[in-house]
Write a protein that binds this ligand. Structure first.
Ligand code: PMP
Ligand code: GLN
Length: 389
């Protein structure tokens, strides 16, 4: 393994899911739903397969039906207009969109400012592209009785240097569940314009925002459309993480650049699933509302259970993850805690420290996924309660 990748080892998701299988523990680690997305969309995939749509290499940028559906979705939800022919690119999941964007847009030595904790592929992809990551740490704060991880805009400003090429954002944010507010996004946009930065924004949890939180695409702020690469995922929005269909929307020059990298990574994304996702993106608003309401109920079920078990809970404004602080349980090392938890309690969780360069900042935080059936969440919290109460 080369020096660029040596520090990354095996992803925490593979490690922890393997541990779940080995020990028979309930897997609240890796973020994948235990219930598939809509039956009619599964049927759409079967139909595409059977009708021979997409069984041979689909077009490089994605099938026209899906590009049109992505464009219409951005317009219907956010009033953003993207030309399906020049401003939309279909990728093999958001993961490939992130990799292709960074490989296409970075020169060796360029700095990338990213929110810490960050989704694990960001660091590896920045490294593969020869870039340098510059983390800006989200820190726990309590306002109006609600604990959340917040961005310090001054720190963000200070992190930008003459070598900064791009900002890599993620909202709703994995693993903290923070959703950047309109004011925060407006400040980030101003900064990007002022310092002439590109922005890659990972918005895969765009439909999972709760309570009063609102998802606003960064591309919708003044001066941002032409400098922003926005990333979405059918895995997250339609609960088909195994299909690996994602997409990029951006101005033509940026899409062309990302596509140049993408064509040598996977060349194309899986054919029949693209047709099915095109139908999914056209589901009525009620699908998205029901999906959100279902996840909200699950959030509250798991958050309540974790609180009763003694964790400090950061009730997320978005995503399907809950970050907790384990110090009230008399624990302080999230890694040790998560490695022991399957044996001790029969539950798997993820130590947030893996998402930090400043590991000590993340040490006491542990992430639980709640995209699981209610009975599974209940069983998990029952197990945790027994152990600590
Ligand atoms: N970005 C974030 C923030 C994620 O949590 C995930 C997890 N799936 C991805 C990207 C990757 O998405 P996909 O499965 O579509 O590759
Ligand atoms: N995005 C998912 C998570 O954060 C996992 C995806 C993966 O396994 N790479 O849990």
């Amino acid at each position: 393994l080369n020096r660029r990748l040596a520090e990354f080892g095996t992803t925490i998701f593979a490690e922890m899911s393997a541990l779940a299988v080995e020990t028979g523990a309930i897997n609240l680690g890796q973020g994948f739903p235990d219930t598939d997305g809509p039956e009619e969309i599964r049927e759409a995939a079967v139909r595409a397969l059977r009708d021979g749509r997409g069984n041979q290499y689909p077009p490089g940028p994605g099938v026209p039906e899906l590009r049109a559906a992505v464009s219409d979705h951005q317009h219907r939800r956010y009033g953003l207009s993207y030309d399906p022919d020049t401003e939309v690119l279909v990728t093999a999941g958001a993961t490939e969109a992130i990799a292709a964007s960074l490989l296409a847009l970075l020169e060796p030595g360029d700095e990338v400012v990213a929110l810490e904790p960050y989704y694990d592929s960001y660091a590896a992809c920045i490294a593969m592209a020869g870039g340098t990551r510059v983390p800006v740490t989200l820190r726990p704060e309590t306002t109006d009785g609600r604990a959340a991880f917040r961005l310090d805009l001054d720190e963000l400003r200070d992190a930008i240097t003459d070598r900064t090429r791009l900002l890599l954002l993620n909202t709703p944010h994995n693993p903290t569940g923070t959703v950047l507010t309109r004011d925060e996004l407006a400040s980030i946009a101003e900064l990007a314009v002022e310092r002439d930065l590109l922005v890659v924004t990972d918005e895969v949890y765009e439909h999972l925002v709760f309570d009063t939180a609102e998802h606003i695409p960064l591309a919708s702020f003044p001066g941002m459309r032409e400098r922003t690469v926005t990333i979405g995922s059918a895995g997250k929005t339609f609960s088909f993480t195994g299909w690996k269909v994602g997409w990029v929307t951006a101005a033509p020059a940026l899409v062309t650049a990302v596509r140049s990298a993408k064509q040598y990574l996977t060349y194309v994304a899986s054919g029949p699933f693209q047709y099915a996702v095109a139908e999914a993106l056209r589901l009525p608003d009620s699908y998205f509302a029901d999906f959100r309401a279902d996840m909200l109920a699950k959030r509250d079920l798991l958050a309540g259970g974790l609180e009763r078990a003694g964790f400090k809970v950061f009730r997320p404004a978005g995503t399907y993850f809950i970050t907790t602080d384990i110090r009230p349980l008399g624990e302080s090392d999230g890694f040790a805690f998560c490695r022991a938890l399957p044996e001790r309690a029969g539950v798997v969780a993820i130590p947030n420290a893996v998402f930090y360069d400043h590991r000590e900042e993340g040490a006491p935080f542990v992430r639980f996924a709640f995209c699981k059936r209610a009975d599974v969440l209940q069983a998990a919290t029952d197990r945790l309660l027994k152990l600590w109460k």
